[in-house]
Write a protein that binds this ligand. Structure first.
Ligand code: NAI
Length: 282
């Protein structure tokens, strides 16, 4: 698989675009508007430039990677792709629409349509795609160019060949470490992580401790690289909330339900790092 499509050029889509282009793959990234496409390009360029300044990438490889990427607003450009990774906003209606449309326009019978969703059932995306055997979850972590883990999520209808091809692609072509998870909200990592993040928000909301003290507690006391509130800001508070809601819908476990403060912050547009303000200013 060497012709890749990425849908969405936000936090994750821009990172996945960079990972694919740095692996030598021809990559087409689709956004909703010209401004969003330009913003995605700026994110990828900025990240590649940081890699150069840290000595992790040569100027030549930066230029090569950018040459391999096309940013567009035209979903039709995905027709000739071998693999499309959908990384649009975490909204079921948006993703169902995309899987319906893109499932129909992929030209190759064995083209794979994968979703980077954190919590939406993969089986639902497969069902509307018209190519359910070739649909699965491929869940990267933020920042995608740095984090080694990729969760692979076959659904009830994914074929063993699709899973096998993705395992090879992730491990050999992208050089990342795949683990396999079942198509249940949260997969492996978020099932463990999100209740912890929501508990930290609840603790802060109840006035147990300041945001900085909660985070320092986990950084200095448990050796975590980042505290739970700073990590929530990095992930995006809307995304943390959406994952909590999906996990609560599936399991009815109260600890998965987002606390009121998180709802209010998202309603206010305080989404964390990407909006400039969350539990901390950026
Ligand atoms: P984001 O809000 O940064 O980016 C989403 C992008 O999708 C936006 O730029 C938006 O314009 C674009 N978009 C929306 N509808 C579209 C459409 N119809 N066609 C093309 N582009 C469209 O969100 P983020 O954080 O990048 O999340 C994307 C996906 O990745 C979500 O499914 C999320 O659950 C998942 N994810 C997020 C992680 C995180 O740490 N934020 C980690 C792993 C997965």
């Amino acid at each position: 698989m060497d012709r890749i499509g990425v849908i969405g050029g936000g936090l994750m889509g821009s990172g996945i675009t960079e990972v694919c282009a740095r692996s030598g793959l021809d990559t087409v990234t689709v956004e909703v508007s010209q401004e969003a496409a330009q913003a995605a390009e700026a994110k990828v360029r900025g990240s590649l430039e940081r890699a150069v300044s840290r000595g992790k990438l040569s100027e030549e490889d930066l230029a090569g990677a950018l040459d391999r990427i096309t940013f567009t607003t035209d979903l039709g450009r995905l027709g000739d792709r071998d693999l499309v990774v959908e990384a649009a906003s975490e909204r079921e209606d948006v993703k169902l629409d995309l899987f319906r449309t893109v499932g129909a326009l992929l030209e190759k019978d064995d083209a794979i349509l994968a979703s980077n969703t954190s919590s939406i059932p993969i089986v639902k995306l497969g069902a509307v795609s018209g190519r359910a055997a070739n649909v699965m979850g491929v869940h990267f972590f933020n920042p995608a160019p740095v984090m080694q883990l990729v969760e692979l999520i076959p659904s009830l209808t994914t074929s063993p060949e699709t899973l096998e091809r993705m395992q090879t692609f992730v491990a050999k072509t992208l050089g990342k470490q795949p683990i396999e998870a079942t198509d249940r909200a949260g997969f492996v990592v978020n099932s463990l992580l999100v209740p912890y993040l929501l508990s930290a928000v609840r603790m802060y909301e109840a006035g147990y401790a300041s945001a900085a003290d909660i985070d320092n507690g986990m950084v200095l006391g448990c050796g975590h690289p980042m505290g739970p509130l700073a990590l929530s800001d990095l992930i995006g508070l809307d995304t943390v909330r959406a994952i909590g809601i999906s996990m609560y819908d599936e399991f009815k476990e109260p600890l998965y339900s987002p606390p009121p403060l998180l709802d209010r912050m998202v309603d206010a547009g305080l989404l964390g790092k990407k909006s400039g303000q969350g539990f901390y200013p950026y």
